[in-house]
Design a protein around this ligand. Sequence first.
Ligand code: ADP
Ligand code: MG
Ligand code: MG
Length: 251
Amino acid sequence: MLEIKGLKVKLEEEDKQILKGVDLKVEAGKVHAIMGPNGSGKSTLSYVLSGKDGYEVTGGEASLEGEDLLEMEPEERAAAGMFLAFQYPVEIPGVGNMTFLRTAVNAQRKARGEEEMSAAEFLKEVRAKAKSLKIDADMLKRPVNVGFSGGEKKRNEILQMALLEPKMCILDETDSGLDVDAMKLVSEGVNALRDAGRGFLVITHYQRLLDHIKPDVVHIMADGRIVKTGGPELALEVEQNGYADILAEVA
Ligand code: ADP
Ligand code: MG
Ligand code: MG
């Protein structure tokens, strides 16, 4: 589904190399987790995959189902099935959440050459999916993320993900700032989307999210590279011993 080979990225504004050759392959139907110390380049990787400005790819490649991602505009990446849930969801005053969600869904349908969803059709769909995430009708009417609690913002993002039905989902520290109940709801939302045709990349600082979203593969990222790959037991090892042992071992 997602294939990254030798990806090197520097900041556009500064001569600072952040990703120093990332290799990663996420198969359809699998959940891969990336853990790693602060500043190792995890968020940069997700930003670059989404096509965010400010980064320059200096080497390597990244593809989604064999198509070159790095050549695509951000909207084209979304249309191709890429979805990113960020650590800090943006607030959009003046734009109703329901309108925002419907616009996102219809933009994607249009880009895929599919018919737009009618307002009635969309309403039915969004209500059903919101209910399963315990998002109340009021949150659908309010401006996007304005005044939402941390947990509400994350649940809203998972709702967006559920509506867009992406092929490749990247979640960057979706657990940060969530209490246990909100984390459970978000995890259940993610687990409900697990599917043989969909890949997940879950970036997290803490092992506890991975108790709820069970990964197939765990990677450790440090200083701009994936330095170790293993099964779920690798996350437990990090939880118990921190990163020091692993970093010493690979140094
Ligand atoms: P992580 O998500 O693993 O904590 P990041 O990708 O956020 O790591 O950051 C990797 C490194 O790149 C850090 O040293 C960070 O300070 C630096 N960095 C990332 N983006 C910028 C930016 N826009 N300006 C300056 N430094 C940045
Ligand atoms: Mg960070
Ligand atoms: Mg980060």
